[in-house]
Write a protein that binds this ligand. Structure first.
Ligand SMILES: *Cc1c(COP(=O)(O)O)cnc(C)c1O
Length: 389
């Protein structure tokens, strides 16, 4: 009999969610407005330190709103990390703009400052600067924000920080997601906390977030009748789901601690094996370790990522390759792309060798041991002088 399936990153309820849901039912706030929604936004402000937040139907919607607030429109260019989930870039296309993809660098796996610098220089020479740069914090790890910000500031280009995977992480002591003009979080079912589906847009620009709240509720003008002067969207979060979010946010610190422990146990169990390299943690940052990710050097490890994934799947363990870079996607075939340097394509390399292991905060030690044992059985063992250990 095969053992129960171990999922990559399943939802993990705190137990308090029902209280806020019941409250919404008792008071009949079954709508995309209400007390849970107001409170959830305030609580996100206090957790992140941003000045204002608006709760939306998804992280994708939050990116879309940020681009809309920055007046990104047809014919514009927007730079975006290439190593990410497609949702980071899709809203660029919703706005009729053109994405330009920027490679990763090896220390964070996130946007390479030197690739960004070349892309900005080219854009400057062409006389067509990007309207925004979308910087992704992958698997919880903050990008090199100081370097990226200083480049963007030289040309006065706003950063949208896609922190969908990095809620609870910090960069130099400050919350991940609060470094760009706008920050984006996701509460999709697989994220570190979840509302089943949902997102949040944050900023220190209070007026911009108020504008987003207006645009996300069909851009309804103040008038007794239904009057609209601007194009709006139906992007608000439901008051019921905001209740789930409130209970989830109360345990964010526990969730980060749990995921970091999971990383530590994988590292202890597998870190010494030949050909295995774990995703680094940049100095002065704390990653939430949303997913434990590592790369496999097939030659040294004696097995390819592909075969390893098949093997794990046979053991009923859900593992995944690292995101396929967006410049390699058929959807973005014609998009421009800047590599880390001429001969080094970091994101492509990570895609070929990377693997994400089950990392849910509710993963038990026994379950994790099952994953470790399966990997240990497949990878080349450590060779010491006395023989094999
Ligand atoms: C999950 C995710 C998104 C999209 O969030 P949704 O809430 O699913 O729309 C965007 N960017 C990254 C990097 C993500 O992981």
């Amino acid at each position: 009999m095969t053992e129960e399936r171990i999922f990559l990153s399943p939802p993990h309820m705190s137990g308090n969610e029902k209280y806020y849901i019941d409250e919404a039912f008792k008071t009949n706030w079954i709508a995309p407005l209400g007390p849970n929604l107001d409170a959830f936004e305030k609580e996100m402000v206090s957790v992140t330190g941003a000045k204002e937040a608006v709760a939306l139907s998804s992280g994708t919607a939050a990116i879309h709103m940020a681009l809309s607030l920055l007046n990104v429109t047809k014919g514009d260019k927007v730079f975006c990390s290439t190593l990410t989930f497609v949702a980071s870039a899709n809203p660029i296309v919703y706005q009729g703009a053109e994405p330009v993809f920027i490679d990763s660098e090896p220390e964070t796996w996130n946007m390479s400052p030197q690739a960004l610098e070349r892309a900005l220089q080219d854009a400057f020479l062409e006389g067509k600067m990007p309207k925004a740069v979308i910087v992704v914090n992958l698997y919880g790890q903050s990008a090199k924000m100081d370097e990226l910000l200083s480049l963007c500031n030289q040309y006065d280009i706003p950063i949208i920080e896609d922190a969908a995977e990095s809620l609870g992480s910090t960069y130099k002591g400050k919350a991940s997601g609060t470094f760009g003009r706008f920050g984006v979080y996701s509460f999709n079912g697989n994220k570190i906390i979840t509302t089943s589906g949902g997102g949040m847009l944050i900023s220190d620009d209070v007026g911009a977030i108020q504008k987003a709240r207006f645009l996300a509720t069909q851009a309804r003008d103040t008038a007794p009748h239904y009057q609209h002067s601007e194009l709006g969207y139906n992007y608000r979060m439901s008051n019921i789901l905001a209740g789930v979010g409130r209970a989830q946010l109360q345990v964010i610190e526990d969730r980060v601690t749990a995921r970091r422990h999971i990383f530590d146990r994988y590292y202890e169990g597998l870190g010494q094996l030949p050909g295995v390299t774990f995703m680094p943690e940049l100095e002065n940052t704390k990653t939430n370790r949303w997913l434990t990710t590592l790369t496999i050097n097939a030659e040294e490890a004696g097995i390819s990522v592909e075969t390893l994934l098949e093997l794990l799947n046979k053991e009923n363990i859900e593992a995944r390759p690292v995101w396929k870079p967006l410049h390699m996607q058929p959807l973005f075939e014609t998009a421009k792309y800047y590599s880390h340097d001429e001969h080094e394509h970091v994101a492509e390399q990570l895609f070929q060798t990377g693997i994400c292991l089950p990392s849910g905060s509710n993963l038990t030690e026994d379950e994790q041991q099952r994953v470790i044992n399966c990997l240990k059985g497949a990878l080349t063992p450590v060779i010491v002088k006395e023989g094999i250990i």
